[in-house]
Design a binder for this molecule. Structure first.
Ligand code: SF4
Length: 565
């Protein structure tokens, strides 16, 4: 009689709750003659077992489990090897195949193998937290029993640097306590301390616990063998107790409106995806810009080589500076921008949009009639001019030619600025230019750092007397000219319920030192801040900037608003 062919069913049964086990996994358990698994796993599925023979082992006996499973299957039996989560994610599937390969097994001969997928922790824990892995994500096990710690640390570093959402498996055990702390240290080198972090213990089991915290505070909570740690990326937000990572739809869709600017037929065109590989290839092949961002309701980016409005504007200004059309120190401000003049040819696509900040001067706030007429002419019927609280007009021009536009603005003696995450000098009007003693310093400061790229928009208030009536003392950096010298304020926060003035940092800084001083502060901020970290948070985190020490503001009791939200 021909010997019955044995079968190995490598089953992932998910987090543990019966309703989370797939139908195929349940049937595979039913049809098995032998169940082989770690003690806890056998206990978790005990309610599904009937007459199966059970082989249970301790936690570190995976190899003997795999060998025993293969041995029993080679005897012609149907053997289930069970793992929680997914058998192919830190489970038993790989080890079973390794044992078989050692035996020169071939899929068409010998025992039959079926790997049955289950819900892995990254999925079950994400579902409990909200939707944190909506974008590129990875799993990293912090167990260094089988993987050298140096390799794990490199993987954490790489995932952190490339903005992956990260699910940490095996974060801590009784003996492995330092790995999670070291991982946090590495992550903080790349991500904001405020990055949302979800801790899920025993997902879908009796003692399930869910904690939402931050990268800075995560170690203050219980983390153990049964915890999965999910670290958000730079876009992840917390909304009403949920951890959510945007997929990126807001680039193309107006999420708060039923009316979409892009028709369905336009959404998958290269023109609507200037960040795509196709757009870059087209730009490279033709040597022309595919500066094709459609006119989104929000400020959009405007060249194929730029991934943000800021980069597009910086790119434009760098190129024009290189050509001598504008000045202002933009050349070193966005090293990643591609200095290819052809990418500025927004006119190649009528949907392209160019966006730039315009002002009549650093101190001068008065536009001439000719300047206003020029702005109106450049904006045309399709463009728009937005007057901002920061004494600029933002000009948005669909189908505009940035090179020509900037040249025309400069010819009419207008200053042009990139907008977005850049340093902006917000000077007062020096009493209609009458208190003019410090205007050259304000202009020099703008020449040195105005428009340069920053981790987050950086407002530098500059007021021409101690009245400080333009609110310099509220800004990220405040400078007040008083008695022939300059007072310096650092770390203001102008918006939000916890808005607060900047901290007085120094008085009487000499005229020949103030620009250097602010430049040092600026350099330290741009060198050391996390992406997206506002200056006041950075100042508080690092404690000292350019020799100026941060001081805690007095605690303020916040009561519910009397009216409004
Ligand atoms: S801060 Fe002083 S110089 Fe500037 S506008 Fe106000 S009063 Fe005039």
């Amino acid at each position: 009689m021909e010997k019955k062919r044995g079968k190995l069913l490598v089953i992932g049964f998910g987090p543990g709750a019966f309703e989370q086990i797939t139908d195929r996994a349940r049937r595979a358990i039913e049809e098995s003659e032998v169940i082989i698994g770690y003690n806890t796993y056998v206990d978790l599925i005990r309610g599904l077992l009937t007459t199966q023979e059970i082989v249970r082992t301790g936690m570190t006996e995976e190899v003997s489990r795999a060998q025993e499973a293969v041995r029993q299957a080679e005897m012609g039996r149907t053997v289930a090897v069970i793992s929680s989560g997914d058998a192919g994610v830190y489970g038993m599937a790989g080890l079973i195949y390794e044992v078989l390969m050692e035996k020169k097994w071939h899929p068409d001969e010998g025992v039959e193998v079926e790997v049955i997928p289950g819900i892995s922790s990254i999925n079950s824990c994400a579902a409990l937290l909200g939707a944190p892995i909506m974008h590129d994500a990875c799993t990293i096990s912090l167990s260094d029993h089988l993987t050298p710690w140096d390799t794990i640390a490199k993987r954490v570093e790489a995932a952190a640097a490339t903005d992956f959402v990260i699910a940490l498996y095996n974060p801590r055990s009784g003996r492995r306590t330092r790995q999670i702390a070291e991982t946090q240290r590495i992550l903080l080198g790349h991500r904001s301390p405020d990055t949302p972090v979800g801790l899920v213990k025993s997902a879908y089991r009796d003692r399930q616990q869910i904690v939402l915290t931050t990268l800075a505070d995560m170690l203050e909570h219980e983390i153990g063998m049964l915890t999965t740690v999910i670290i958000g990326n730079s876009s992840t937000v917390v909304y009403d107790g949920l951890m959510i990572t945007p997929r990126g739809y807001q680039r193309k869709y107006t999420l708060n409106s039923e009316e979409q600017r892009l028709r369905p037929s336009e959404r998958l065109q290269v023109a609507a995806e200037p960040w795509s590989l196709s757009a870059k290839e087209q730009a490279g092949a033709s040597g022309e810009a595919k500066s094709v961002q459609p006119d989104f309701p929000a400020p959009a980016s405007y060249s194929a080589s730029s991934s943000s409005p800021l980069e597009a504007a910086m790119e434009a200004l760098q190129i024009l500076e290189a050509k001598g059309i504008v000045s202002g120190g933009y050349a070193g401000s966005a090293p990643s921008a591609v200095a290819n003049p052809s990418t500025l040819s927004a006119a190649v696509n009528p949907n392209a949009l160019f966006e730039v900040g315009v002002a009549p001067g650093i101190a001068n706030k008065k536009f001439t009639a000719r300047q206003m007429a020029l702005l109106a002419e450049i904006a045309g019927e399709q463009g728009e001019m937005e007057y901002t609280p920061h004494h600029q007009i933002i000009l948005r021009i669909p189908g505009g030619d940035p090179e020509r536009v900037v040249a025309e603005l400069k010819a009419e003696k207008l200053l042009v600025f990139p907008i977005g995450d850049v340093a902006q000098i917000k000077a007062c009007d020096f009493c209609n230019l009458e208190k003019d003693g410090s205007i050259p310093v304000a202009e020099e400061l703008n020449r040195v750092i105005g428009g340069l790229k920053t981790p987050k928009e950086l407002k530098i208030g500059f007021n021409g007397c101690g009245m400080a009536c333009y609110g310099a003392v509220l800004e990220d950096i405040g400078i007040v000219y008083r008695k022939g010298a300059y007072d310096l304020f650092l770390g203001g926060k102008t918006i939000g319920r916890n808005a607060h003035p900047a901290q007085p940092a120094a008085e009487g800084i000499a005229a020949d030192q103030i620009v250097d001083t602010v430049e040092r502060i600026f350099r330290e901020y741009t060198d050391k801040a996390f992406p997206g970290e506002r200056f006041h948070k950075f100042f508080k985190r690092v404690g000292t900037v350019a020799g100026f020490r941060h001081e805690e503001q007095p605690a303020v009791a916040v009561a519910d608003a009397v009216c409004g939200d």
